[in-house]
Ligand binder design. Structure first.
Ligand code: FAD
Length: 288
């Protein structure tokens, strides 16, 4: 299938991209890796008259550490995340999540910024960012603002990004040493979106949970933070009873859409199971 025709723009700086987006208005769409946008254009769900390709803007690339924060340019690809020793050593949850996105071809072109901006609850980065308490830097004609991941995702394909704003940076507080992590994703086959998935960060104090962050993928119109489940675990040993209660509380906030991956009851049950598995795997990696 061939997408409708469009004018192509390739700004070389962020300032140029912001000006173009402001002047072309809602007729324009930003192009990152194109692995969500182009399929939507081919299906006529999106018909932008202009595409603004962010690919030549060097300021939107790169991964660095800055005062306890991992700073990632929005145009960083999944393959670059996976190849980064900094990501693997400082925020291994992100590497584990990125490794389960799609297939090598998609990971070579798809970007973390595009994955987040798209607002698809089936994408994996939104839940990872919720669990990691990430902050997003948004740049537009009025300047820069920072939006926490928690509250950024408003609904199906809807985020806090204004039509004239560009997601430029993802800022992730580096978890304390000894923090356990896991991203457990159930998918029908390699390259598929999640039937259900759970991201967990876990800190233990002796045998009790000191702090848990739990976030769910594809369980509702947006990624969800399972705060009741997190609270229920605090101060408890991670045993069969507390795991079952955390899974139950995670399932209680699920509102998945029935589709070829399963009906509502199955997807909700799988969300509980992924939560239980992610907590167990994070426990095995956490220091005490
Ligand atoms: C076969 C297949 C399987 C896939 N499986 C998965 C999966 O398992 N998990 C997963 O998470 N994803 C999956 N994806 C989606 C893939 O990860 C996409 O690459 C991602 O959703 C979008 O990133 P992109 O860089 O390709 O963005 P694009 O497709 O270029 O853009 C997506 C949207 O975001 C906007 N946008 C892009 N960058 C910015 C920015 N910096 N600021 C503001 N708006 C911006 C665009 O205008 C567009 O509306 C899959 C895709 C395919 C084709």
């Amino acid at each position: 299938m061939i997408p409708p025709s469009f004018d192509y723009h390739a700004p070389r700086s962020l300032g140029e991209a912001v000006s173009l987006l402001a002047s072309l208005g809602e007729e324009a769409k930003l192009l990152a890796g194109g692995h969500s946008l182009l399929p939507m254009m081919k299906l006529r769900f999106a018909q932008p008259a202009h595409l603004i390709d962010l690919g030549a803007i060097q300021d939107l690339r790169g991964i660095r550490e800055e005062s306890g924060t991992l700073v990632i340019g929005a145009m960083t690809t999944e393959a670059e995340l996976l190849g980064s020793a900094l990501v693997r050593s400082k925020v291994p949850l992100l590497a584990e999540g990125a490794s389960q996105i799609a297939d090598p071809q998609v990971r070579y072109k798809g970007t973390i910024g595009g994955d987040l901006s798209h607002g698809d609850p089936g994408n994996d980065h939104p839940a990872l960012m919720l669990a990691l308490d990430a902050q997003f830097v948004l740049t537009g004609p009025r300047g820069q603002r920072t939006a926490p991941a928690n509250g950024f995702f408003l609904g199906l394909y809807s985020t806090q990004l204004a039509p004239d704003e560009i997601l430029t940076q993802i800022r992730i507080p580096i978890p304390a040493a000894g923090t356990g992590w896991s991203y457990q994703k159930l998918k029908r086959k390699t390259g598929d979106f999640a039937t259900a998935a759970t991201a967990v960060l876990l800190r233990m104090k002796g045998t009790a949970v000191a702090q848990a962050a739990i976030a769910l993928t594809n369980a509702a119109p947006t990624a969800l933070r399972a705060t009741a489940a997190e609270r229920a675990l605090a101060g408890k040993a991670l045993d069969a009873a507390s795991l079952a209660e955390a899974a139950r509380l995670a399932m209680s906030i699920c509102q998945p859409a029935a589709d070829l991956r399963g009906d509502v009851a199955y997807k909700t049950a799988m969300c509980g199971e992924m939560t239980r598995r992610a907590l167990q795997a994070a426990r095995a990696r956490a220091g005490t």
